[in-house]
Ligand binder design. Sequence first.
Ligand code: NAP
Length: 557
Amino acid sequence: MTNRDSKTKSNTVGTQSYDAVLIGAGFAGMYALLRLREMGISVRLYEGASGVGGTWWWNRYPGARVDFPSAPYYSYSFSQELLDEFDWKERQPSQAEVLTYLDFVADRLELRPDIQLETWIESATFDEKSSRWHIETSRGESISAQFLISAMGTLSEANKPAIPGIDDFTGELLHTGRWPAEEVKFAGKRVGVIGTGSSGIQSIPMIAREAGHLSVFQRTPQYSIPAGNRPVKPEELAEARESFAQRKEFMAVSPLGMPYPMSEKSALDDPPEVRNALYEELWQDGGLHMLFNSYNDLLVNKEANDTLCEFIRGKIRSTVKDPATVEKLLPDYILATKRQAIDDGYFETYNRDNVTLVDLRDDPIERITADGIITKSGEHKLDMLVLATGYDAITGKLLRLNPTGRDGVDLASAWKERFYTYLGVTIPGFPNLFMVHGPQSPSVLYNMPYGGEMESDWIRDCIAHVRDNNLASIEAAPGVEDEWAEHVEEAAKQTLFHGTDSWYSGANIEGKHRQFIVHLGGPEYFKHLREIAENDYQGFVVEEANEAPNSELSSAG
Ligand code: NAP
């Protein structure tokens, strides 16, 4: 059964039926909805939040904004009209501005009728007889769909650390990734922030300006670069609109899908004074592009990387006044192998009288109490505790859903020993299930809106292939995951990412597999995806629509 003619949902004995179900109304999910809808199939998108936006809906913490000079680049790249009609205001748009943009897109493309908000998908089971997914929602709905597409986000499963006593805290307990929509007031309060990743670094200066006292609990000091945010000039926006086509051509070949040129020089080619002058110029301009516009080997050559580490350590020494605080703030890992943070006055915040830095490496947390945190050296009384402790990244949300695939095997069992996929888009044993920004795809180390568009296009084409050939299902052939894992691992080994414990490799979550799950191939990855499709879906097996269940799978390629 292919549901070829079903453009609207049908109700059969309380079960709603769609050709495709999408989960998540962020950048990727909304784009995938548009593309699937254009095919003329019935599709429904479910979203747990009460608005569209995905990560930009949830991350309302003070200071949240895009982390590279992006307007208008952190936006959809498929439509000149969307670019022409939305006037970006800041070079690094705030969470509120990105959310306004996504609301504008949802309205402009009339996506809302096909999006169901405040609905969590609670279970998904593949039925081998019908080759369809059976899905249950938090509203008690029962849904049948031939295709299930996860666009649940890479940084969406909040990590609440298992610190003893955390549930005893009776003050306000917040996580940056689940920030309430109502205004949060810090004035006069004793606030604690645990975590100094990107979210902590963006929120700490803002909280410090308002709070009575702020205690920052830091486990790993970070290299942070000034954001250099500023208003977008009308002429910049006009130029971006005019050069839309050229910029897309540029993004297609850029290693990170970014619209600016990469340096062609090694950091070791320049004498120290020339190198530092360049670093200074980029530091003053601000933004993540400092990593790419300076030299081409910062992420592959430790000696090159050290030069920028030392430059930033120098900045910390010259910014922070108290020598003991400086010592606590000096990072010593390989720069950018944890996600590089950018900030607006982060290091300066430690010169404030109302801010205390607790170095958890010397003074670890013993437990959280009803009204504070006890560390080895004593007690820190708190009215409010902000967890900026990150996410069970990339795989966390998929495992929370824990879909059940072929032979009744659920994802948690399939991934018991390691995470595996084919192309980062599909998982062997899980027919007709697709992921946008899945593990082993470029996801978080690529321009995410742009990468999400290309992955969604591929998924749409694959679904069209199934329908046009009157197939019931398509899935990765058993064994192809090993080759793919080697491929991902091989690309990572060429870089310095292996030298650091980070969420890219699962090190932030106790018990999580230590495995680097981001594909670093950039444009090569997307070329490979296209070639697989052109090669009649090489590495996939399909089931004919009227085949008896359990019949032998035939090769797609
Ligand atoms: P994160 O980078 O994982 O940082 C979490 C922080 O919490 C780290 O400092 C970590 O220390 C600390 N931590 C975790 N568990 C802890 C524990 N039990 N005790 C003490 N400290 C603990 O999370 P994030 O800052 O939310 O950022 C996650 C990602 O979201 C970023 O890397 C980025 O990709 C994205 N993001 C982007 C933006 C943007 O500007 N667009 C903003 C925010 C986030 P360790 O380092 O020692 O583990």
